[in-house]
Design a protein around this ligand. Structure first.
Ligand SMILES: [Zn+2]
Length: 758
């Protein structure tokens, strides 16, 4: 899965001409400190890393990508299985213990897809992506999955069309003010603004009977640049496939929530599955959307809703009517995860994991093979070190997940199957997915923040003579609003992003509570082929990372990350960044309630003075928005106090730990400290999970129920406030404060043990 739309970075591009030079930056001074290593061990580690760099070959990355993208390789396909077997053989030949773990999962594929406009004129949507002579794999018709949204229900519906912009809750408020009701209608939503699964969910909540999702050229099409095959951007026939399961409820196989989908697992009947859409849903190209949009009448869409097609965007409803019919083969298919391990010689029962998915929607060069081949390069390089007699201290585990695209199936089923072992043994999970030319952007557990900055500041950007971390910080400053830059400049590094969902870290971080990190490069590419047949080797090698420079850089970075996690004397997770981030989220919660209170008061004023009604065009329908319920003063003090105390205690812990490491730790004490650090992230989870979605146990990070991939931090509190459930918000504030207090007690106990023996 992973990202969709282009990221900004123009300021950087301008600056680049000035600083283009041979990358010599990121030369680390001798004796530079390294988290979890003493000076001597750090020098040995850096020597090992330089050796690894020499083993990463761009020619191999390119050749592996060509091979793995040769044919379509989605979940359940013959080629998907062949790719898994080929990777297992490669990993074995590099000296790693490699095996395939198979699960059986629900993966519906289309039997029937029909979309036709029935009035005022007749148009039958092509639902086809044509073969292009410039794209060698685009003609592999028989093996390509057609354009569809996975986990849409079957359905045959007919009704007037309504244009709903991105189809998020705020869009329906705008529609209501214009007197547009979607009950009994088919909605036409454009991609963007939220994860796609949110669109049919919100449409169904408002009474729509069908949902069509189209790629507007204002997103990743000609608004961004030349379209494929002249440029890399989405052309008028290209369609974004993708899952529309209600993934914010749980990830993984819909039939086996919370348990591994092994052959003999207990399975829900289809009628009890809670994450399918409620209405039939189908994605289309901008070419197929154009006649439908052109036939819509009614009021003009609000300014910000008008997209990139050369026509006036009307809301409807009607006079355009459509007939939408989809039917799926609801079969179970075999899923093949490839797991490779290199056993640690000192601490074999402590695991460092790196995963990337191998299944694609079609040929999937960017998504996921770019990240997959970088992972293979890392595994090969470390395997070669091992063949010369070297062994890591901890066990390294590499995973090539299957079935990520429909809903993180391969990673989730594996994590659920091995949950007990992972809780006992995992140090951290590192994830990669689509990688391309551009800016490094790390996201994940803040217990890994200091560590990831330390590593990334030692890896040179291949095109600009600074480290990848320095470029990332620069890009955050350049892209920020001027008023936000001061805060960014005050820090030597930057706050890494929190994780929502959209790739395979979700089961590890949010279900099991393991410290997790997602590594990404990209943004200075032409990524207009997300989930289409044109995400191909030809597209990647022309528009994404033609020289394979950023893939090689990413492999060097993640090799260092997993190697340092595996080799450190003391696990390089730190606590104070997590506590600081929670403190910042608590401030955001207060700001959010103040903002909502201000909005409710302003709404009352507008309604009282009738300014909206008096200003509206009397010949157009205008329904004034309803009054908003008052926002009470929430009882935030327990959260703010607990967060502040947590920060103080984690800082004291870090000071005590640094002093103890400098003195030298007795082996038992070191083991106890490592166990404590491994378990730290889990102290931020609750077995009961989040309100209404028990599968998500992490109390600091979760995908939003109405944003999908987008993260909600302190989700139980934040979402209660957004849904205006004030009592629930107050109750959750007390729950989270108690969670932080319990975590703080454990931190203080460990800190006391690290004090010098008196
Ligand atoms: Zn992906």
């Amino acid at each position: 899965m992973s990202s969709t739309f282009p990221r900004a970075g123009t300021a950087l591009l301008l600056a680049m001409t000035a600083i283009l030079a041979t990358p010599t930056a990121a030369e680390t001074p001798a004796g530079a400190p390294m988290l979890g290593f003493d000076t001597e061990a750090a020098e040995r580690e850096r020597a090992l890393e330089r050796e690894l760099d020499g083993k990463i070959s761009k020619d191999e990355l390119r050749e592996w990508m060509r091979r793995l993208t040769e044919r379509p390789h989605h979940l359940g396909s013959a080629r998907g299985r062949a790719n898994a077997e080929w990777m297992r053989e490669q990993l074995s030949s590099w000296g790693l213990e490699a095996r395939i773990e198979t699960f059986r999962v629900l993966f519906p594929t289309p039997k029937e897809r029909l979309l036709e406009m029935t009035a005022p004129t007749v148009y039958r949507a092509t639902l086809e992506e044509p073969t292009l002579v410039d794209d060698a794999t685009s003609g592999q018709r028989k093996e390509q999955l057609p354009t569809f949204n996975a986990y849409s229900i079957d359905g045959d519906v007919e009704g007037e069309l309504v244009y709903v912009n991105y189809g998020v809750p705020a869009d329906y408020e705008e529609l209501a003010q214009r007197g547009v009701d979607v009950r009994g209608k088919i909605v036409l939503a454009r991609y963007g603004g939220s994860w796609r699964g949110i669109k049919p969910k919100v449409a169904a909540e408002h009474g729509a009977v069908g949902c069509i999702i189209f790629s507007d050229p204002s997103g990743d099409g000609y608004r961004a640049g030349d379209v494929y095959p002249k440029g890399g951007w989405r052309n008028r026939d290209s369609v974004q496939r993708g899952s529309v399961a209600d993934m914010p409820i749980h990830a993984g196989d819909p039939l086996t929530p919370g348990v591994g989908a092994t052959a003999d697992a207990a399975r829900l009947p289809l009628s009890e599955v809670d994450i399918l859409t409620k209405i039939p849903t189908l994605p289309i190209s901008s070419g197929d959307a154009e006649p439908l949009l052109r036939a819509l009448g009614g009021a003009m869409a609000p300014e910000g809703w008008r997209g990139g097609l050369p026509l006036p965007y009307h809301l409807g409803p009607g006079p355009a009517r459509a007939h939408l019919k989809v039917a799926f083969d609801w079969s179970l298919v075999d899923l093949h995860d490839v797991i490779a391990t290199l056993a640690g010689d000192e601490l074999p029962d402590e695991w460092v994991l790196h995963g990337n998915h191998h299944d694609a929607w079609v040929n999937g060069a960017t998504d996921p093979i770019s990240g997959m081949v970088a992972l293979l390069a890392e595994a090969k390089a470390i395997g070669e070190l091992a063949r010369s007699g070297w062994r890591p201290r901890r066990t390294l585990v590499w995973a090539a997940w299957d079935g990520e695209e429909p809903g993180l199936l391969g990673s989730t089923e594996w994590a659920e199957t091995h949950a007990e072992e992972l809780r006992a043994k995992a140090v951290a999970y590192v994830n990669t997915d689509s990688l391309s030319r551009g800016i490094f952007s790390p996201a994940g557990s803040h217990s890994l923040e200091r560590f990831v900055h330390e590593v990334a500041s030692e890896v040179a950007d291949p095109e600009v003579a600074v480290s990848v971390d320095e470029r990332s910080r620069a890009s955050r400053i350049a892209d920020a609003k001027p008023e936000d830059r001061k805060k960014l400049r005050e820090r030597a590094d930057y706050r890494i992003d929190a994780l929502g969902s959209g790739s395979d870290y979700t089961p590890f971080l949010q279900h099991l509570g393991l410290a997790s990190l997602n590594v990404d490069f990209g943004g200075q590419d032409q990524y207009g082929q997300y989930h289409s047949i044109y995400d191909s080797f030809d597209h990647y090698t022309r528009f994404m990372d033609p020289g394979f420079d950023y893939l090689a850089t990413s492999a060097k970075l993640t090799s260092r990350i997993v190697l340092r996690l595996a080799e450190a004397e003391v696990v390089p997770l730190t606590l104070e960044r997590t506590a600081e981030a929670i403190g910042e989220y608590a401030v955001e919660i207060r700001e959010l309630t103040d903002k909502l209170r201000g909005e409710a008061e302003e709404r009352d004023r507008l309604l009282g003075e009738r300014s909206l009604v008096l200003a509206a065009d009397p010949k157009q329908t205008f329904v004034p928005p309803p009054a908003l319920d008052r926002v009470p003063i929430l009882e935030l003090a327990p959260l703010e106090n607990s967060a502040a105390l947590f920060t103080t205690s984690t800082r004291a812990f870090e000071a005590a730990r640094a002093a103890a490491e400098a003195r030298g730790l007795a082996p038992e004490r070191r083991d106890e400290l490592n166990a404590f650090l491994r378990e730290f992230e889990r102290r931020l989870t609750l077995d009961a999970g989040l309100p209404g979605r028990p599968w998500y146990r992490h109390q600091i990070y979760a995908p939003g129920q109405y944003t999908g991939y987008g993260v909600k931090t302190l989700p139980s509190i934040r979402e209660a406030i957004e849904l205006r459930r004030w009592d629930e918000a107050n109750a959750q504030i007390r729950v989270i404060a108690a969670l932080l207090d319990a975590a703080r007690a454990a931190v203080e106990e460990m800190t006391a043990k690290l004090a010098p023996a008196g």
